[in-house]
Design a protein around this ligand. Structure first.
Ligand SMILES: [Zn+2]
Length: 430
């Protein structure tokens, strides 16, 4: 791959453009989003074999899509299809692979996906990531610690990092004190990165008071943020916590602002749909998330099954941004629990049951069959028999006649730097 230099003037132009557009009124943003969607759909239909074939198979042309409801007619695409068709049928025929950045997902939910992103899309993605961080009380120019693998896009971004005063620490680092020492020396104003690693930092900080970290903003990403974890991080860092939702494919899809009234969707770069039983969710109803990238022309993602669960929100945030709101991540599609009768349910209530029980430091629910559930618990303090019975009873109320066992363990290993709250071994039929 040819090394493509980051075009700083263009980066600056996007930065000012996106900083301004977040305050546009919802109608204006919606109009802009639809225009961008139509443009990318046309482009994908005309230049990408995978989407051309998909739409032709439904006898569909881009001009047939005239309203948000029409989106439902367009076939979705999943990771496996993109993997199989990369690059010959997924790359747009007017882009050359060697002119693009090549990225790959972390593989925390299966095999990694390799994909191409064009330079212009990459710049917009970088700027929107930054804008999402600036929705909090962090401002560009302040020192930032990023907990993530350092070269997420496989190119040397040291100049950009210097400009942002950004330093990386690895979420795979086993020696937590080593990471805290780096932070103690660097004195960041904000930390952004993997939730479970930030939680480990918080636990060590609560035990060891020697660190002096005047951090004002913690931005958690890439994993589910449960209330107990949020409280622990808040207590340890004495900072405000802002959760963000995103992925390697799209960058930051949404994030919380100072008002904490939901997650602002970056609607200029992504069109997010929430689907339940083949229809768009009504407001406040949970469903499967589909994301369309409005910027990546090299390798379009049209109605991509990202594998997460979430819900749209219908109100406007008090901050005055026109960007629409969604609720926090509700887990991965692979994290659905199975009731005794074989139906799949969103695990929100499971988190609630465990969260309400005192003395639990960490948990993982492992489901082997629809009749059998094992809850691994790491204790903060020994759990009473009464508490264990309550958890089991509540799970039976929730899932029906399921055998529930509680297993106390010393630790739950993270997988590829992330903590899995639910491990379902049940194959789902599509
Ligand atoms: Zn807001």
């Amino acid at each position: 791959m040819k090394k493509v230099m980051v075009k700083f003037p263009k980066l600056g132009q996007y930065y000012f453009e996106f900083r301004k557009s977040q305050w546009n009124c919802p109608r204006e943003l919606e109009k802009k989003q639809w225009k961008r969607f139509k443009a990318i759909l046309n482009h994908a239909y005309n230049h990408c074999e995978i989407y051309h074939r998909k739409m032709r198979s439904m006898n569909l042309r881009p001009e047939d899509i005239t309203s948000k409801r029409d989106l439902l007619k367009i076939p979705t695409v999943n990771k496996e299809e993109l993997r199989k068709n990369y690059p010959s049928r997924s790359l747009a025929n007017n882009f050359r692979l060697r002119d693009c950045f090549l990225a790959r997902t972390s593989g925390s939910t299966g095999d990694p996906l390799h994909f191409a992103i064009d330079v212009d899309a990459l710049l917009q993605k970088m700027v929107v990531n930054l804008r999402t961080c600036e929705m909090t009380n962090y401002h560009i120019g302040e020192k930032l610690i990023q907990v993530s693998p350092p070269t997420e896009l496989g190119f040397n971004q040291s100049l950009f990092d210097k400009l942002l005063k950004r330093k990386y620490i690895s979420p795979f680092e086993k020696d937590i004190k080593k990471s805290l020492n780096i932070m103690n020396k660097f004195k960041p104003a904000a930390v952004v990165g993997y939730t479970s690693f930030i939680k480990l930092l918080a636990e060590t900080l609560l035990k060891d008071k020697k660190y002096n970290l005047p951090i004002k903003s913690i931005m958690t990403t890439s994993e589910l943020l449960l209330i107990k974890t949020k409280e622990k991080i808040k207590e340890a860092f004495n900072a405000d916590i802002f959760d963000q939702y995103g992925s390697v494919e799209f960058g930051r899809i949404s994030g919380e602002c100072l008002e904490h009234q939901g997650y602002h969707i970056n609607s200029e770069i992504a069109l997010v749909e929430f689907i339940k039983d083949g229809e768009h969710c009504s407001l406040d109803e949970s469903g499967e998330i589909l994301v369309t990238s409005l910027i990546n022309r090299a390798e379009p993602f049209i109605r991509y099954e990202i594998g997460d669960l979430g819900k749209p929100l219908d109100y406007q945030c008090n901050c005055g941004r026109g960007l629409p709101l969604m609720g926090g991540l509700l887990g991965r599609l692979n994290d659905l629990l199975c009731s005794a009768d074989g139906s799949f349910v969103i695990p929100e209530r499971a988190y609630y049951i465990v969260r309400e029980c005192d003395g639990i430091k960490e948990f993982q629910i492992v489901q082997k069959t629809n009749k059998n559930l094992s809850i691994k618990l790491v204790e903060d303090k020994p759990l009473s028999e009464q508490s264990k019975r309550t958890i089991i009873r509540q799970f039976k109320d929730y899932l029906g006649d399921v055998k529930v066992e509680i297993v106390i363990v010393k630790e739950i290993p993270r997988e590829k730097g992330k903590h899995k709250h639910i491990k379902s071994l049940i194959q789902k039929k599509n």
